[in-house]
Design a protein around this ligand. Sequence first.
Ligand SMILES: *Cc1c(COP(=O)(O)O)cnc(C)c1O
Length: 396
Amino acid sequence: MPPTNSFVTGLYCSKCDATYDINSIQTLCACGAPLLVDYDYRQASEVMKYEKLITRPPSVWRYREILPVLDDAYIVSLGEGGTPLLRSENIGRDLGLERLYFKDETVNPTGSFKARGLGMAVSRAKELGITRLIIPTAGNAGSAVAAYAARAGLECLVIMPKDVPAPFLVDCMYHGAQVELVDGTIKDCGRRAAERAGDEGWFSVATLKEPYRIEGKKTMGYELFEQFSRDLPEVIIYPTGGGTGLIGMWKAFDEMEKMGWINGRRPKMVAVQPEGCAPIPRAFAQGKDHAEEWENPSTLAAGLRVPSAVGDFLMLKAIRQTGGVALTVTDAEIMRDTKELASREGIFSSPEGGASLSCLKKLIEMNFVRPFDRIVVFITGSGYKYLEILKQGIRD
Ligand SMILES: *Cc1c(COP(=O)(O)O)cnc(C)c1O
């Protein structure tokens, strides 16, 4: 094996006892559940000391020892990660909260936190010799994979719903990706992607269908730890679709405990979904371990229009184990709060970020949060790709 800065050791199933070889191409476990990446945490923690960490450039790749790419030569980067944690100037005061923060993911390459996961997946795909990538997407994941594939010199095919906002279509095409538009939701796009992957030999980087996107997303958890000066907040609010970010951060907290960075306390993980597509809050309320598919999903927060997810049981586990909760908000609340983020904090967010703020307001009504809790509201994507939708909210 070539010399490596990664302490990766293998892959393990998130549900059963199976383990898999890290040096060959893997997708899901034979049992159907997502695979997760394992590391030698004892050794990694000896090299990745906090004092050393803080001298490195702010980027996903700062956490090099616990990332899965073996050879640095395969890293494909556009400057993803290292995003600001903004303390609230106005909304926190309005709401009676002392320590409210926004994790501003809008500044990532291609305008959303999808860059973290897909930068990682494309790097690792390149290392494994994969040349053709396919993805079903509501928009942001397509932009991200198209950009990283272009930089890596890989072929890319993006399958999107016909009603996807125009900017996603334009940037995918500029990045040289092939695009197919499907009459339906991301679920239908997923079916079409699976067909074409089988027929034409594309490798799917769909959410949790390969093990590496989550490794990119977990870095959000590490960044929080650093930004809170070696500590974690009390509450994290996350607009949830396929759930890679939620599951990724949950994995990151586990890893930090294994490396001796934190004790057993975890931030309460709160998942928010729109009323028109809320499989996770419904399963949470019913006490179920898996979420049933949501019929006729409808919401203007396109990134959250995910009627079913392979990682549903992991999200539910993360929410329950941390004492969190899963809530719904309406599209009207989402629009109102997307605007409030812009007008009161200067953050021009996509509707998903608005959903996080609407969820916070529900948590306050429920007395779920205390005035002095450190609360992190995730702003996952930029508003600039949603101008057509946001335009409708100007006069309200
Ligand atoms: C994809 C997406 C989400 C949902 O993220 P998951 O990690 O898949 O749950 C939220 N917000 C935006 C802007 C997205 O693009």
